[in-house]
Design a protein around this ligand. Structure first.
Ligand SMILES: Nc1nc2c(ncn2[C@@H]2O[C@H](COP(=O)(O)OP(=O)(O)OP(=O)(O)O)[C@@H](O)[C@H]2O)c(=O)[nH]1
Ligand SMILES: [Mg+2]
Length: 313
């Protein structure tokens, strides 16, 4: 067994941190470690909290942590930070940090960024979630800003996705367009102390009816995190959804689909690595101004021929 996984079994939190750093940096030895992580997974429930910047995701997670701890369960939080050099910082002056749980051993909070790997952030996040599961946390929460494809991919990892919206933000339409609506298992109207809650709720109900028959049941929960209101209901709805998933075949089906995709993604990554190494060794240069389709085909075909030649030899 990989030494980090061995150490995690002894509840060594630094081993957990190191394991996550390995996937974050796309370390060449990560696959062996991850196999052992996979085999050591317990039965954590995975929850995703997504929504626009500043919607109150971290505030909610903060409150949820307290709630979960009161039930004597342990919880890990992976805060995915897609902060780009362009938007970084400017938007985020007012953001809430989850520092208050810093000294609690039953809580682990980690933010993630990545470089390197092809699958990128979504892939690394999935691995980090599994690592937290293998360590033995009862609940793993993923916080991510819900805007692009990679966030959608991240949300496919979790059992239950809560989409956080705020009144009068215009979020709904934007998120509806981005296809995030379909992956939400429950809606949270946070900042319910502000005006426009009724209007947002009406709009949400309409959108839900339009998108799917089944989703009519998609719960809408109102929260005011600053006053600790609605958190108990939110946790209850999350649990109800989890129960539904595993009472029916839905949960198993979701994880199976996810795992199938994952196998192909791992293959893709493996091939990508090989072709890239080959191209670099052969000093094949990529010309930014030339047709990318033709260049990709040319390099791929050349690599394939080279492999064929090596196999024949
Ligand atoms: N009025 C009101 N303000 C809230 C509520 N919840 C959060 N806020 C405030 O909204 C701001 C952003 O909260 P965060 O929890 O950092 O939001 P976030 O979605 O995690 O933000 P990012 O991680 O930066 O995308 C903070 O100033 C919070 O105090 C609420 O229920 N009502
Ligand atoms: Mg946040």
């Amino acid at each position: 067994m990989h030494h980090l996984v061995e150490q995690m079994k002894q509840k060594d939190i630094r081993a957990l941190a190191r394991a996550i750093t390995m996937v974050e940096n796309d370390h060449p030895d990560k696959l062996d470690m991850l196999s052992d992580v996979f085999a050591s997974q317990k039965n954590a429930r995975y929850i995703g909290i997504t929504g626009s910047p500043g919607a109150g995701k971290s505030s909610l997670v903060n409150r949820l942590i307290s709630h979960i701890r009161n039930e004597d369960k342990t919880v890990a939080v992976i805060a995915v930070d897609p902060t780009s050099p362009f938007s970084g910082g400017a938007l985020l002056g007012d953001r809430v940090r989850m520092n208050e749980h810093f000294t609690d051993n039953g809580v682990y909070i980690r933010s993630m960024a990545t470089r390197g790997s092809l699958g990128g952030l979504a892939c690394a996040t999935k691995d980090a979630v599994r690592i937290c599961d293998a360590y033995g946390f009862d609940v793993v929460i993923v916080e991510t800003v819900g805007v692009g494809q990679s966030e959608l991919d991240i949300m496919k990892i979790v059992d239950t996705t809560a989409l956080v919206l705020t009144p009068n933000s215009g979020d709904v339409l934007q998120i509806f367009k981005a296809g995030i609506m379909e992956i939400a298992d429950l809606f949270v109207i946070n900042k319910a102390d502000l005006d426009g809650v009724g209007k947002l709720k009406g709009l949400l109900k309409e959108l839900v009816m339009m998108t799917s028959k089944e989703a009519q049941k998609t719960p809408i929960v109102k929260t005011i995190t600053t006053e600790n209101k609605g958190i108990d209901t939110l946790w209850e709805k999350i649990n109800e959804h989890y129960d539904y998933l595993y009472r029916t075949e839905e949960g198993r089906k979701r994880r199976k689909q996810q795992q199938e995709l994952e196998v192909y993604e791992l293959i893709r990554e493996e091939i990508w690595r090989e072709v890239k190494t080959y191209a670099e060794n052969e000093r094949l240069t990529i010309k930014a101004d030339d047709d990318p389709y033709k260049q990709a085909q040319a390099i791929y075909q050349q690599w394939k021929q080279e492999r064929g030649r090596l196999n024949d030899a």
